[in-house]
Design a protein around this ligand. Structure first.
Ligand code: NAD
Length: 322
């Protein structure tokens, strides 16, 4: 049991042992919350939360696709549980669909029973390979439901629909964060996402592998900025989706060159085949986040990369398996 304090808010973080979830747990504990972290460790790790000690933090190993009972007061529920990198959700396609559907249903039901505010961690992937650029929340997307990314994209679209149904029909206090590419310490070096892959390769003086000709664009938000945005959204009274991400767009080739420069690496760049349904462009319109939350990213890409490199160097990235 967490120690109960009548004036201290209690947050549930699903997926709290993952990359974003563990940083969110740090933030919440640091800001005086009691935090219950629920995770089945499919893609997360106890090493991400080992450092969080004390009576205001508790970990529960549980798969959210099965029924969950929590014997605690809950004020806010952050629902982050889901495989998130293409390598993970293509390895775990059915689990990804199940946690987006049953897992979201179970977590929404829990929030309803506790009368807690509910935040869904959705994704820019619900826009698919976008025909609108930059992407604003009013865009409905261009998703291939039967492609290899469909399990993740459609699970998140379904989770958004279910969240709005709980809000409209059941009166649950909900919000939806559409998260764009985020990076920082604790990303697994082999999770296949661009920044940890490039960093791992650059730090080991191996060639950086860029897909296609590298002209496809992304925008990268440092994790501390993103977590602050999640918190502000949960604290707001907003119910409709809000994009959270960096509005600074760059090509994957530019990103590789920046990683080499900031990392002081002598690596070269090589090109590999583009994955199926890889979006050509990705850049959030964050007008709503600015207006509703007063939020925008503050950490530059160079600064965020330096902080991530410092953390990777401490945890001795396994360069032998590059
Ligand atoms: P992650 O893989 O590091 O974390 C996901 C966590 O969820 C892991 O700890 C995993 O073990 C847990 N989990 C998965 N299935 C579960 C289940 N059935 N029951 C309990 N726990 C389960 O990924 P992340 O990058 O931290 O992403 C967290 C959330 O943010 C995801 O919902 C993802 O879709 C969303 N998101 C992340 C990004 C990003 O750039 N990191 C971008 C868009 C959206």
């Amino acid at each position: 049991m967490l120690v109960y304090h009548p004036n201290v808010a209690t947050a549930l973080v699903t997926g709290g042992a993952g990359f974003l979830g563990s940083h969110l747990c740090d933030f919440l504990v640091g800001n005086g919350y009691r935090v219950l972290c629920v995770d089945n460790l499919d893609t997360g790790s106890l090493a991400n939360i080992d450092h969080i000690r004390g009576e205001d933090f508790r970990f529960l190993n549980h798969d959210l696709t099965s029924h969950v009972e929590i014997d605690e007061r809950l004020d806010v529920v952050f629902h982050l549980a889901s495989p998130a990198s293409p390598i993970d959700y293509q390895r775990l396609p059915l689990q990804t669909l199940k946690v987006g559907s049953y897992g979201t249903h179970n977590t929404l039901g829990l929030a309803k029973n506790k009368r807690a505010r509910f935040l869904l961690a959705s994704t820019s992937e619900i826009y698919g390979d976008p025909l609108m650029h930059p992407q604003s929340e009013s865009y409905w997307g261009n998703v291939n439901p039967i492609g290899p990314r469909g399990v993740y994209d459609e699970a998140k679209r379904y989770a958004e629909a279910m969240t709005m149904a709980y809000h409209r029909q059941q009166g649950l206090d909900t919000c939806i964060a559409r998260i764009f590419n985020t990076y920082g310490p604790r990303m697994r070096p082999h999770d296949g996402r661009a920044i940890p892959t490039f960093l791992r390769q650059a730090l080991a003086s191996k060639p950086l592998t860029v897909f296609g000709d590298g002209s496809q664009t992304r925008s990268f938000c440092y994790v501390d900025d993103l977590v602050r945005g999640l918190y502000l959204l949960a604290e707001s009274g907003e119910h409709l989706p809000v994009n959270l991400g960096s509005p600074v767009e760059m090509s994957l080739l530019e990103l590789a060159q920046t990683v080499i420069r900031v990392g002081g690496s002598s690596s070269e760049i090589v090109f590999e085949a583009l994955p199926v349904d890889d979006p050509q462009v990705r850049q959030p319109d964050i007008t709503r986040a600015r207006q509703i939350l007063g939020w925008q990213p503050e950490v530059s890409l160079e600064d965020g990369l330096r902080r991530t490199i410092a953390a990777y160097s401490h945890s001795a990235v396994d360069s032998a398996s590059v």
